[in-house]
Design a protein around this ligand. Structure first.
Ligand code: SF4
Ligand code: FES
Length: 381
């Protein structure tokens, strides 16, 4: 398959890396973007118009916590203007009914709220924020009352995977139309916390049974998205639907990436919307061309019948675990590094050090905050 670019369907706009929560599996980079480097609402508006012209249909307003932007309503209106379907991906902290009403009036279509667990104590402990869980549930209910489509997202890990059924039931009770059950992805913060987060094989097998049970119970009422966690898979996921194939991420400071972890791959140049148009970046930037299509593949992917299904899996994970971003993702049983990946999972589940290293809330802020000390810092957008 050639590296010609089809139109992207989705754009993830990371409006800020600031966040009141401190989840130890956060997908943001270890090196967080500073507030004074964030794109202005005017630049975001230009990017959204360029995205719509390029073919993007869905816009995800994300972070960090996008609610940390005081100009979020202005940014949301700018997304609505060229006709993008907008999805706010939020922790719900910093939101009130009045603020959601304002975003609805600005054209917001959909809200995705993360919940950490079924009960407040374990949920707030892993989020590093006392009171978060109760507030999330309240905001989820308000979103549904206001007519916003709701997705509940849950990151699964050793401490909550046993409650998969209860988590789905809670999402249904809240009025969600979709539930995303996403096992922690071990890059960045989650990689630091792998020993504390990794579920056991027995837990994953049981969760697979529970997932089938929930899909049968709620068929036709709620869509449930879930994938096998990489470290226990036989075949990899098509990360991002293929590199530079369907979607793009724009960082708070304006660099455009094929995935959130792409900057961990050394030697790739990623262009910025401050200097170039989105169309130029999508079609010509070296970072997007590097792994687009299948021409870059080596064996076993090059001659594999699944090469245009999973696109060799995840480039960032291949770099991390096989020391080569062009290798087959070690989640694939055909990878020569697959057994080593299984051994890493097994070792993580019996490791001694299981304390969470919390994500920093902003550049330079302390990590490793224990629950009590991290609790309920004032958060004013
Ligand atoms: Fe996918 Fe490569 Fe494995 Fe084939 S060999 S299943 S293309 S990762
Ligand atoms: Fe970068 Fe998968 S996270 S390609």
């Amino acid at each position: 398959m050639s590296a010609a670019a089809a139109a992207p369907l989705g754009l993830l706009a990371e409006l800020t890396h600031r966040c009141p929560l401190a989840c130890p599996y956060c997908s943001n980079p270890l090196d967080l973007a500073a507030r004074d480097s964030e794109l202005s609402a005017a630049i975001w508006a230009r990017v959204f118009h360029e995205a719509a012209a390029l073919g993007v249909l869905q816009l995800h307003l994300s972070g960090g916590e996008p609610g940390a932007r005081r100009d979020l309503a202005e940014i949301t209106a700018a997304a609505h203007d060229p006709g993008l379907y907008s999805n706010l991906i939020t922790s719900a902290i910093g939101f009130t009914r009045a603020r959601l009403v304002g975003l609805r009036a600005a054209g917001l279509d959909h809200v995705q709220i993360s919940i950490q667990d079924t009960e407040a104590d374990p949920a707030d402990r892993i989020a590093g924020y006392a009171g978060a869980h109760v507030h999330k549930l309240a905001i989820a209910r308000i979103a549904v009352e206001l007519g916003l489509a709701l997705t509940i997202n849950v990151v699964l890990h050793r401490a909550n995977v046993a409650r998969l059924r209860e988590l789905v039931a809670l999402a249904v009770e809240l009025g969600a139309g979709r539930v995303e059950l996403a096992h922690a992805q071990y890059y960045g913060w989650a990689l630091r916390n792998r020993a504390a987060l990794m579920p056991t094989r027995a837990q994953v097998d049981l969760a697979t049974q529970h997932l089938a049970e929930m899909r049968a119970r709620y068929a036709g009422r709620v869509a449930i998205d879930a994938v096998v966690p990489d470290y226990y898979a036989q075949r990899p996921k098509p990360c991002m639907g293929g590199w530079g194939r369907r979607s793009l991420n724009v960082t708070p400071s304006g660099r455009v990436l094929p995935c959130h972890a792409a900057e961990t791959i050394p030697g790739l140049a990623f262009w910025s919307v401050r200097e170039r148009s989105l169309a130029e970046i999508w079609t010509r930037s070296p970072g997007f061309l590097a792994f687009r299509g299948t021409d870059w593949m080596r064996e076993p992917c090059r001659s594999c019948e699944r090469r245009e299904i999973d696109f060799g899996g995840c480039r960032c994970q291949a770099l991390l675990l096989a020391d080569d971003a062009a290798a087959a993702d070690p989640a694939c049983a055909l990878s020569p590094r697959h057994d080593a990946m299984l051994a890493l999972a097994a070792a993580a589940t019996v490791a001694d050090d299981r304390a969470y290293v919390y994500r920093a809330r902003a550049p330079g802020a302390a990590t490793s905050a224990p629950h009590a000390a991290a609790a309920l810092e004032p958060f004013a957008p």
